[in-house]
Design a protein around this ligand. Structure first.
Ligand SMILES: Cc1ncc(COP(=O)(O)O)c(C=O)c1O
Length: 425
């Protein structure tokens, strides 16, 4: 114990005090932590069938087709296409709406590096738009970024928090743009009652290991539009254009294997339980955290429908947020400062520049009519200073579905302990 301005404060672990927790919290792999007998059984069935390819085999079980049907029912769309990863889903989604060389695609300043990379893969130009305090696209800035070359907007539901879909839909309609939802981090979340991935023109999901449900790798494209579905299907399995009686398209083979679908079928049966647990744990945490002096909590656009996989705390300065995250980690409660220029971080703009310098539109990749022909596009923090300011004051605490009552108490105790110091020094 020590005294600060007349208040007795337990010594922080960061200063050599005893941490609130002896060991770290369970690792944040929601779907993976629920892998069990059901996944094993589904997988063994596929192995025993010797039919690991989705379209044929000695005794095809059609697990991929079944997964696609069940996922469509779950998300509430007409079509699902299983693919190999979230990145494959993004690239396929962009290709399915006709994004190509020189087109501009609006991408939020806070996303995953594969959002701009998927755009670049199609030789199109990612244009950064600001986020707001929802941590998702600021619709006003999206509108500011539209030019006559804009083809699409990628609405990324980061950390399970929904974008303001009504506002974005209105903008997309007004300017005749396609709206892609990146649902990689938000599978199962809803916006005003509709599942994310069923609202825009097309949804892109990831089933990589740290996602809500997982097969280690995997992805899905969802849509209600038959033409988008057909183009996505041909892009993801190029030789099969004949099946849909449409023009051949230079696609890539991104087919989901029967092994992946087998695991996902079992995971899909568990998704509601996983989400329910995260939401319950988040509710308990919010109830206690909101009583602590100085706490400012993030509010999603639709708190009922968000996934509950993270709590975001805002501070009134970058320095306080940085200190809080460091001090909380020392207490063995994992926390993550959402933007720190000293850290290499693939969620924010500045790395884009480094990576894109290698790929940006060279004369071979860009037609003569494209204004970016032969030019290097530079990205800088000035393009999204509002987003960086918000992220620099934000700290993420994961909400694991397997938190025990003791875990929850320890998170609250650790936050209170660190906040006490921040508020009183
Ligand atoms: C928001 C977002 N988009 C896209 C992806 C890409 O998914 P994958 O790693 O399956 O390619 C991820 C995954 O990490 C993600 O978090």
């Amino acid at each position: 114990m020590f005294m600060k301005m007349g208040i007795i404060v337990e010594k922080l672990a960061i200063y050599g005090g005893k941490p609130v927790r002896k060991t770290p919290l369970p690792p944040m792999f929601p779907g993976a932590l629920f892998i069990g007998e059901e996944e094993k059984k589904e997988l063994l069935e596929v192995l025993e069938s010797k039919s690991l390819f989705r379209y044929y085999g000695p005794k095809l079980l059609n697990k991929t087709k079944t997964f696609e049907e069940k996922f469509s029912q779950y998300i509430g769309v007409k079509y699902t296409l299983g693919v190999t990863s979230g990145t494959a889903a993004l690239i396929t989604s962009l290709a399915s709406i006709g994004v190509g060389p020189g087109d501009e695609v609006i991408v939020p300043a806070y996303c995953w590096i594969m959002d701009p990379m998927a755009v670049l893969f199609l030789r199109a130009i990612p244009i950064i738009a600001e986020i707001d305090k929802t941590l998702t696209l600021d619709p006003k800035d999206v509108e500011n970024k539209i030019t006559d070359r804009t083809k699409a907007i990628i609405a990324v539901h980061m950390r399970g928090f929904q974008c303001d879909m009504n506002a974005l839909m209105k903008i997309a309609e007004k300017y005749d743009l396609a709206l892609i939802e990146d649902v990689a981090q938000a599978c199962g979340g809803t916006y005003k009652g509709a599942k994310l991935g069923s609202i825009g023109d097309v949804g892109a999901f990831s089933f990589q290991l740290n996602k809500v449900i997982t097969a280690g790798e995997g992805g899905a494209v969802t849509t209600n539009d038959e033409d988008i579905y057909k183009r996505a299907a041909v892009f993801h399995d190029a030789p099969f254009y004949a099946r849909f009686n449409i023009e051949p398209y230079p696609g890539i083979n991104f087919r989901m294997s029967e092994l992946t679908s087998a695991v996902l079928l079992a995971q899909l049966r568990k998704i509601d339980t996983i989400i329910e647990r995260m939401r319950e744990n988040k509710k308990k945490l919010l109830r206690e955290l909101s009583k602590i002096d100085g706490i400012e909590l993030h509010t999603p656009v639709d708190p009922e429908g968000e996934l509950g996989l993270a709590i975001i705390l805002f501070f009134d300065s970058f320095g306080k947020a940085k200190f809080f995250a460091k001090a909380l980690n020392a207490e063995n409660v994992g926390a993550w400062h959402l933007f720190d220029p000293e850290r290499r971080d693939l969620h924010v703009y500045y790395h884009w520049d480094v990576l894109m310098r290698r790929i940006t539109l060279t004369p071979e990749g860009c037609p003569f009519t494209c204004p970016y022909y032969g030019k290097r596009i530079r990205y800088s923090g000035d393009m999204c200073s509002k987003s960086l300011e918000i992220l620099g004051r934000a700290v993420n605490i994961d909400v694991n579905p397997l938190l025990s009552e003791e875990d929850i108490e320890s998170i609250v105790e650790a936050v209170e302990k660190v906040m006490n110091v921040i508020e009183n020094t």
